[in-house]
Design a protein around this ligand. Structure first.
Ligand code: BDR
Ligand code: CA
Length: 311
């Protein structure tokens, strides 16, 4: 069983990822760490606690993380996508049954991440801060699976950048350059994994606590994507990273060193050094470990897998 820590900014697709992970016997979720992103870190922490209550897993600790990126101010929440409450504004959220830990996410990671897998589905700030606190942590973690970035296609937060990278490019560049094995589950694949409207209806009409939570959360995200992207369905960004953990064979990957742009109009863009050997790569990519970059996906199989776990 994989010992798993989820670093998250819930977030509607984060909630789906969390429920899918908790429903997977292959994964032993031993803690959640929270980060600013879709919402403030205070809201992210409240939501993490509430979602664990909804899933009947109030035994899993939550460590509150960074309120802002390592090198700039927080850009602010995105209520038009995730709601003022971060979970779709579809009804009153029950107050959490307990408090978060009184250590930071970075401290929790330093203590608990050795031997564990990290699933990072928000900005990568907590991971970068943990490396500052414990510089050998990248030699102790089993693997890091990141939802974020766009290797070969456009961004979603800007024409260049994906949202989690855009929210903390400096931290992301540190995480992709560290010694732990990193897999990037970015827009190159998550834009293929669309749960269609009929699939949403099927998932959310069930009479379970998690289904009722999703029935409350998903409509806002669905309406946003219908209006802005003309989509009948929702992108399963964060849940796709859970699917990678459950069955990496459903993804096609390439091993490329990745830099994250920190300057100008492309700030937050993930740039792989395509196919270059280390000494042939441009200097900025030299000495960087290869990242396992997802470039293809069996989307119907991923949807089947996630539908099964969320049912
Ligand atoms: C990512 O950005 C966030 O808004 C989502 O929760 C996901 O982690 C997609 O770009
Ligand atoms: Ca997220």
């Amino acid at each position: 069983m994989t010992r798993l820590i989820i670093d998250t900014d819930p977030g509607i697709d984060d909630a789906m990822a969390l429920f899918a992970a908790l429903a997977s016997p292959e994964l032993d979720v031993v803690g959640l760490t929270t980060v600013f992103g879709n919402v403030t870190v205070e809201t992210a922490t409240r939501n993490a606690l509430t979602l664990l209550d909804v899933a009947g897993r109030a035994d899993i600790p939550v460590a509150p993380g960074a309120a802002a990126p390592v090198a700039m101010d927080y850009r602010g929440a995105i209520p038009q996508i995730h709601g003022e409450d971060g979970l779709g504004d579809g009804g009153e959220l029950v107050a959490p049954s307990r408090a978060a830990l009184d250590i930071t996410a970075a401290e929790f990671l330093c203590r608990e991440a050795p031997g564990a897998t990290l699933l990072a589905i928000g900005p990568l700030t907590n991971l970068a801060l943990a490396l500052r606190l414990r510089p050998d942590l990248d030699t102790l973690v089993e693997q890091v699976v990141v939802m974020g970035g766009n290797a070969l296609g456009p961004g979603n937060a800007t024409p260049a950048a994906e949202a989690n990278m855009w929210n903390d490019p400096e931290a992301a560049d540190v995480v992709f350059g560290a010694r732990w094995p990193v897999t990037m589950v970015g827009l190159d694949v998550t834009h293929e994994v669309v749960l269609p409207g009929a699939g949403i209806d099927e998932l959310t009409r069930r009479d379970t606590a998690t289904a009722r939570m999703l029935a409350q959360a998903v409509p806002l995200y669905r309406d946003f994507l219908a209006e802005v992207n003309g989509l009948d369905g929702i992108y399963l960004h964060d849940p796709s990273a859970v699917a990678y953990l459950l069955d990496p064979g459903l993804f096609r990957t390439e091993r490329w060193p990745v830099r994250v742009e920190t300057q100008g109009i492309s700030r937050g863009k993930t740039w792989p050094s395509l196919g270059n050997t280390d000494d042939a790569a441009p200097a900025a990519w030299q000495g960087r470990p290869p990242v396992n970059v997802c470039v293809g996906v069996d989307a119907p199989a991923v949807l089947d897998l996630l539908r099964a776990r969320l049912s």
